[in-house]
Design a binder for this molecule. Structure first.
Ligand SMILES: [Zn+2]
Length: 700
């Protein structure tokens, strides 16, 4: 499964296995396990370099850095390069899976964008470019998140005129097909709102397959498909095969037939390219375990046998030491209304050594943190073990992982493999950093920051503050504390309030210790200024900034949002007699300014003590009072002020990523180095991929 950012682009999330919030599922894809997970801050950092490379519709395109790539050995660089090529080789597959006309439409748009000779500043061309960007971002004509069909701003006639002024040899015409016939074929798919209106429809009252535009089934009803797989027997019922994962199901002469996605089968032209690069990767594998899963992946693509897919996954989870890693295949089933067929994707990564070092330093000190936590001794664990987390640096993504990306990955999906062989769970570190930079560059934090000193501190220490906040929350926060004997689990005792309070508890552990000199002694941060930066962003976020994501009149529902407001409003109220946090109104704008950081730390400690007590004793009444008083209701005037101040910033609702180019340096036919070239042109990258990494015909 994948952990996604739920709705808004520019805030940071971190994977967190045990406390997912069900309130943020995508309404169009109810079965999607969209994880909201952790969101430590909205705008902790103020970074001058903007990561944004494009902005259109409700989308922001960002770039990310690949720290550590230059330090890889030549062998590792080659491996990462070959796996990146294997990733790009498959991107056409996902377009075709999403809708049968997507490749035709994409190639038409690419042809016009790259070769139109008319007025490129005209309204028609501007509209076409905007539509092309949206199609590229969504890997097809349906919005990547809402799944609704996106309609172009130009007319059918305008399209015909632009095509007439473009290089028509670039059009993917069928045999004997004229340009007019080609455009007529695409009239309904592009312009008719009723044709392929939604990519995926889950309404059980209608036939989901005929109502969904996805290209996983042809002339098959949901009932027929379900029956087809219900009758599949598993030789070993404890180890079920992922039936249907790698094929299209079609009706031929009245019979249901699977068209398997494999070498020599459907999508064979792209899969052969993938296999070509995977075989090159085999030659530079870091170790035998890695070599084994690479070879098994090739075998699976060659046989199309899902038992080979299981063997590959088992080998893949065993490889935990390699520096370079990859996911490549038909993986997640969110896009199939019946959840059988896997969307193709690839994620290539290297291990983030810096984050790994930081997290293990903290995890090694888990008992020290537990002993020094401001909670009652009875509520402390005697032998606490920090939760270790793995962080990866993304090198390349393609298919269902790009441009929109998950921020956490937990694979494989087969439950029996997870149980018997384990799984890999990772956070995408450089992607999160890029989100954070974009958030800072958006001006969101500045708008609510009162003094230059605070802005300066955020700029200097905000990024590290966020990283440490996440680490402390995850590694120490959730692991800390124990429940009194005879008291049930928080889900039983605190019921609906349990996740909000556990998020609050984990946040408070982070807030309490980020101001502890121990972190400086451990070399995790240069000074307590980092803690101040976190306090400032936390107050800002909890009392104001996060409200931008809520519709007027709504309450806070999501556990992380509730916990942040709970903490910030509680410490603000309790600190009022001593003016710990001062409310300042200037030119109609409200600011919250911290006057006493030590006192604030004390208040965080007090609240942590109380919330741990509530959890340890299972005190439902207190839990309810605390959450309902501080974490649910929004002050309407404050909310309106936030919305008014955020509106001019024109923030995008969704974000995705452009990728670096990896350029092999050759001497006498041998690769002697691989260079990273960062890109800043979304359109340019899409046209480059069209030209150099497109292997499928438009009809598959
Ligand atoms: Zn958490």
């Amino acid at each position: 499964m994948k952990i996604f950012i739920a709705a808004m682009a520019v805030f940071l999330l971190v994977a967190c296995g045990q406390d997912q919030a069900p309130s943020a599922t995508v309404d169009s894809q109810q079965q999607t396990p969209v994880k909201v997970a952790e969101e430590p801050s909205e705008a902790a950092t103020q970074v001058e370099v903007s990561a944004q490379v494009d902005r259109f519709a409700d989308i922001q395109v960002l770039s990310y850095e690949v720290p550590g790539f230059d330090q890889l050995s030549l062998q590792e660089k080659k491996l990462a390069y070959f796996l990146s090529q294997a990733a790009l080789a498959g991107r056409d597959i996902f377009y075709d899976q999403n809708y049968q006309h997507n490749l035709r439409i994409r190639k038409l748009l690419s042809a016009v964008v790259s070769s139109y000779q008319g007025d490129r500043s005209s309204a028609e061309f501007t509209d076409l470019l905007d539509y092309a960007k949206r199609v590229w971002f969504a890997n097809g004509i349906h919005h990547h998140y809402s799944a609704d069909k996106m309609l172009p701003g130009f007319s059918q006639q305008a399209l015909a005129e632009m095509v007439a002024n473009s290089d028509q040899s670039l059009l993917p015409l069928g045999p004997g097909q004229t340009v007019e016939e080609f455009l007529a074929q695409l009239q309904a798919p592009v312009f008719d709102p009723a044709t392929a209106a939604r990519k995926i429809v889950l309404d059980a009252d209608i036939d989901q397959l005929s109502a969904s535009a996805v290209n996983f089934y042809r002339d098959v009803t949901a009932a027929e498909a379900t029956e087809f797989y219900t009758n599949r027997l598993d030789e070993d019922p404890d180890r079920p095969v992922s039936w249907g994962l790698n094929s299209q199901l079609v009706k031929m002469d009245g019979e249901l037939v699977e068209r398997t996605w494999m070498v020599g089968g459907m999508y064979g032209a792209a899969i052969e390219q993938i296999v070509y690069w995977l075989n090159k990767a085999v030659t530079v594998a870091e170790n035998d375990l890695q070599k084994a899963w690479l070879e098994k992946l090739v075998t699976y693509y060659q046989t199309g046998d899902l038992k080979d897919y299981d063997s590959y996954n088992i080998a893949w989870v065993a490889d935990t030491d390699s520096r370079v890693d990859a996911v490549n295949g038909f993986t997640e089933v969110y896009d199939d209304p019946l959840a059988y067929r896997g969307s193709w994707e690839s994620v290539v990564s290297i291990r983030d050594l810096e984050a790994t070092r930081r997290i293990s330093t903290i995890a090694d000190q888990a008992q020290w943190f537990e002993d020094h936590a401001p909670i009652m001794d009875d509520h402390k664990k005697k032998d606490v073990v920090g939760i270790s987390a793995k962080v990866i640096t993304i090198v390349m993504e393609a298919g269902a992982s790009s441009p929109s990306t998950p921020i956490g990955i937990n694979l494989p999906n087969a439950n029996w493999i997870r149980k018997e062989h384990g799984s890999k769970s990772v956070t995408l570190g450089n992607i999160m950093t890029a989100y954070e930079k974009a958030s800072a560059a958006s001006g969101l934090g500045d708008e609510f920051t009162y003094s230059e000193e605070e802005k300066e501190r955020a700029k200097k220490y905000g990024e590290l503050a966020t990283l440490l906040h996440v680490d402390l929350h995850e590694v120490i926060g959730h692991a800390s504390g124990q429940i009194n004997e005879g008291v049930g689990t928080p889900k039983e005792t605190l019921k609906t309030y349990s996740s909000t309070l556990d998020e609050a508890r984990a946040d408070l552990v982070a807030l309490y210790f980020i101001m502890d000199p121990r972190l400086v002694e451990l070399g995790l941060m240069p000074s307590l200024e980092v803690g101040k930066a976190l306090y400032e962003s936390d107050i800002r976020n909890g009392l104001q900034v996060q409200l931008r994501r809520i519709k007027p009149g709504d309450d806070l529902e999501q556990a992380h949002m509730r916990n942040r407001q709970l903490i910030a409003s509680w410490v603000y109220e309790k600190g009022q007699p001593d003016n710990v946090v001062e409310k300042i109104v200037e030119n109609g704008k409200t600011y919250y300014v911290i006057k006493d950081y030590d006192a604030l730390r004390g208040l965080y400690g007090e609240l942590l003590l109380e919330i741990q007590r509530i959890k340890s004793e299972g005190d439902y009444e207190a839990a309810s009072a605390l959450v309902e008083t501080y974490g649910v209701k929004i002050d309407q005037a404050t909310h309106q002020e936030v919305l008014d101040r955020v509106a001019p910033l024109n923030l995008a609702a969704y974000a995705g990523f452009i990728h670096p180019r990896y350029v092999p340096v050759e001497e006498n036919g041998e690769i002697v180095d691989v260079l990273v070239e960062y890109q800043d042109d979304f359109v340019g990258q899409m046209l480059d991929y069209e030209k150099n990494h497109s292997f499928l015909p438009v009809e598959n």
